[in-house]
Design a protein. Structure first.
Length: 336
């Protein structure tokens, strides 16, 4: 079992300058406390995501950390010109000394894609084409490509990544079919699904991995993502989590509701923290409570990577860092 972090860099009520600096200090704590990876979301035009250019924030994080791997989860590929993104990927892998994790996807929000003039009907096709050419280009000295959306001739690939043949691959999904695709592609995965659904997905991933002729001992990271708050007592943690979740959920839903949609993913993220915990889709408590939850979650889901959302809503920086420290000291050692 390894441990990572997911971060929206969502609205906390603080000025943007303070929010970004606080998050970088928190990333330093993740690094200090031995987290495997820091995964950053990309969103646009919404208080859910104030790191709308993941590469810029990750470049800063690379200079403030020494061990933790860093990367987007995910780059919304249809919103980028692939050649520009290839160069950013190479720069980030070098700035981080080979710690960059390459997460790619199509994006979940048709509203955000619409801001960039990309129709929802094109998202999947653009993603498949862009991901294919990016991985090929990262392994090429010069690159020629002719597709439906992108075409270029003999482009020199002057920037090269440290990791060969390319940076570590990551994919986020809720569908079993995509988990099978990720296994065949050799990509690490994270899902928001929970309970029996995620057990089915991790089982399908492992089966597809073996059927592709690979050793189960070489299995990539297959992760689940959960809101986690650790404090000295259960009561203290639940007070912090309940308030912060309310603010995070408001940011999560705002763009959709403002544009006439229903609230998104209510099956995963209900109206209150108490309901979320009741679904076992998050945990706030003392170190003993969270340790028990993490052990049960690993057993229940069949995952080998727990990705925690330690910073969300209006949780204060000191509370987040203390939460991470308690998790590192009391929960992580329980997994050997």
């Amino acid at each position: 079992m390894k441990f990572g972090v997911f971060d929206h860099v969502d609205d906390s009520g603080l000025p943007l300058k303070r929010l970004l600096e606080d998050r970088l200090r928190i990333v330093e704590a993740y690094d200090r406390c031995g987290m495997y990876g820091y995964h950053l979301a990309e969103h646009h035009g919404t208080p859910l995501g104030y790191a709308s250019s993941p590469s810029i924030f990750l470049a800063a994080a690379a200079q403030r950390t020494k061990r933790i791997k860093i990367g987007p989860l995910i780059y919304i590929l249809p919103l980028y010109h692939p050649l520009r993104l290839i160069e950013e990927i190479c720069m980030l892998d070098n700035l981080s000394d080979g710690r960059f994790m390459l997460g790619m996807g199509r994006g979940i929000s048709p509203i955000e894609a619409g801001f960039y003039g990309v129709s929802a009907s094109e998202l999947q096709a653009r993603y498949f084409e862009a991901s294919d050419l990016i991985l090929k280009a990262l392994q090429s000295e010069t690159f020629t490509y002719r597709g439906k959306f992108y075409a270029f001739e003999n482009v020199p690939m002057t920037l090269r990544p440290i990791q060969k043949p390319h940076p570590e691959l990551w994919y986020a999904t809720r569908t079993p079919e995509s988990f099978e695709w990720a296994a065949k592609a050799g990509a690490n995965t994270v899902t928001l699904a929970f309970d029996q659904q995620v057990r089915d997905m991790t089982s399908r991933y492992k089966k597809a991995w073996v059927e592709a002729g690979r050793d189960i001992k070489d299995l990539p990271l297959v992760g689940v993502s959960r809101h986690i708050v650790v404090a000295e007592t259960d009561k203290d943690a639940k007070v912090l989590a309940s308030r912060a979740y309310k603010r995070w959920l408001s940011s999560f839903r705002k763009l959709w509701l403002d544009n006439g949609y229903n609230a998104p993913l209510t099956d995963l993220y209900p109206d209150t923290w108490e309901e979320l915990e009741g679904m076992m889709n998050g945990c706030a408590g003392s170190p003993a409570t969270v340790r028990r939850y993490a052990l049960e979650e690993a057993e229940r889901c069949g995952a080998n990577y727990l990705v925690s959302w330690f910073a969300f809503g209006d949780l204060a920086i000191d509370d987040v860092i203390r939460s991470v420290e308690l998790f590192s000291e009391h929960v992580m050692p329980s997994f050997g």
